[in-house]
Design a protein around this ligand. Sequence first.
Ligand code: GLC
Length: 730
Amino acid sequence: MPVMNTYAPHESGEAIEDKVESLLDEMTLEEKVGQLNQLNGSEHTGPAVSEVDKEAEIRAGNVGSILNVDGYEKRKHFQRLAVEESELGIPLLFGYDVVHGYRTLSPIPLGEAASWDPVAVEEMSAVAAAETSAAGIHWTFGPPVDLTRDARWGRAMETSGEDPHLGSELAAARVRGFQGDDLGADDTVLACAKHFAAYGEVKAGREYNTVDISESTLRDLHLPPFKAAVDAGVGTVMNAFTDHDRVPAGASDHLVRDILKDEWGFEGFVVSDWNSFRELIYHRVAEDEREAAQLALEAGSDMDMVGHVFVNELVELVEDGVVDEAMVDDAVRRILRAKFLLDLFDDPYRYFDDQRRDSTILADDHRETAREIARKSIVMLKNDDDVLPLTDPDTVAVVGALADSGDDVLGDWRAQGNPDDAVTVLEGIETATNAGTNVEYTKGYERSGEAPEPLREQAVEVTADADVAVVAVGETWELSGECSSRANIDLPGEQRELLEALRETDTPVVAVLTNGRPLAIPWLDENVPAILETWFLGTEAGHAIADVLFGEHNPSGKLPMSFPQTVGQVPINYNHLPTGRPAEKAEPGWGTSYIDVPNDPLYTFGHGLSYTTFEYSDLDLSAAAFEMDEQIQVSVTVENVGDTAGAEVVQLYTRDLVGSRTRPVKELTGFRRVELEPNERREVTFEIASDDLAFWTADEEVAAEPGEFEVMVGRSADDIRSSASFELLD
Ligand code: GLC
């Protein structure tokens, strides 16, 4: 009998396992199947499915969980029905998508990833957990730990970008933040690593499209963040809608049973995505509901989110001898274990504490935490002639519908985020400037992107009279998120035309970019002296942006995802493979390339400027070679040679020079965020062990291979400041 070891038990693992077993022994087959059934309280996050009488189903013991139940009192009511009016009184699990905050919103995950600050990300996830649990919700469908190289995909906004190492660090941080070290505590919630797996590889970036990747790409890029989440003790995992090797994830015993449960020893439970078990029929791998239920359960998926196929079909499948009841028992065991870990049996109403709710949600210190990570998420892409930071301008023009929108800064997956709570760019600037500064706002373009002549003319007039123009451009929040893929990733509408008009004035323009994905902005890069990438920064957006604009915070964000020159380069990623005709090695004209655009992105992974300057020196390795069971230290000295304090994200990359499969030209192997005062220098040290160099080898195992490696340290994937080499011995 397994003893919990993947997430810290509220009490001893044995005690919980004993309780699970004794409850399981009491349950009828119908009651067991009921625990595998999740209903929806509303259709906020998926298409309508067959309506059922929720109260009757709860009383009958046919429901294990409900997601998206609108309202604290309604959740309390449903829990009372389950606990006091069903035969066994097993509490319900309430699930909800708390992805970047419950009511106090942090930046969208892609924005948080730009902070490269796992400590800050963990802290913000803990704030989200405190608010979620105070609202009577036990389980968040987060963190999303998908990786993507495709800016067309709308859900890039939910990812940590293109790199497995950064994605793994942040996945673990978010799990720790949500679950804490005791799921039985009042302010922690069950987390859910999603979407298992490789959803970010949808072909052509088109939402829900098929995924067609090698086992190597799955293993080397997409699985590490999930493994990191499992190793951090995540309590649940959610299937992807998509397929791997032509098998939909929910029915893939390779993904779920072989890798997640057997190879990794995952002891939590697996929930489908919205209706994705029934969608096995639409994928054409199941004839009907009965076969869909059988395939999903046999693959190791445990709970059916709003598909109703488990509750409709599993009892008969077991009674007909088609499915072994032991498989049902294993699924039920995992779900009951989670409920015991959350201490729901001892006190099913523990999460319903009106006073805690009122004092926790949108607390001032939560806003402070959100502001801090929002500041750290801002990436300064460009700052010609040190236009930034702004120093006491007499008049600041603030241009753009996006500058006056509390709605857009919240991004997608906003849970209970409220635009009325949010600080807009305009409000942030107005608050940050003193009475002596005149702030003039003009819309410039409609939220739809159109920039009719009257709006343009007014914007030109206001800009011409100002010392500087802060122009908010980019996407409205609906242009990214689920079901929001874009084939064109330029600035929407006529925003560029507006910028062209503003360029005719002599007023320097600072572009504040809001977006849920990398955009193709070569014109902006060529024509605007300063660009801040601000994603959708959440409730404290305006204050964070003003903090950077006026120098209260020195920007330290780094891109977690490459920005292409054009959508034609997509998918594009820094850790690409060399090919047999690397552009830099092949005969001119015979290397991997396009004839119309360069291979390089506009801005590469890890790019981000600062108001100060950092210098690197004294790269040193503790040894030139080491054995498989040893490690080496890599140290480098970083100095702030400017006159402003700032944080630097020191990036360590390695390259495996020869492997049994092709190996990337470089891979992020470590990073450190260091804060340095002017003239302060710090030795930054990394450890490299063979595990850090492992990949999916030709022997079909995750392992490092002996040989020569290059090690590089720098400010970004294409700003390497120093390099050396070492040998991994057999
Ligand atoms: C949605 C999303 C998933 C979410 C679920 C429940 O379709 O794909 O990320 O957690 O349904 O809302």
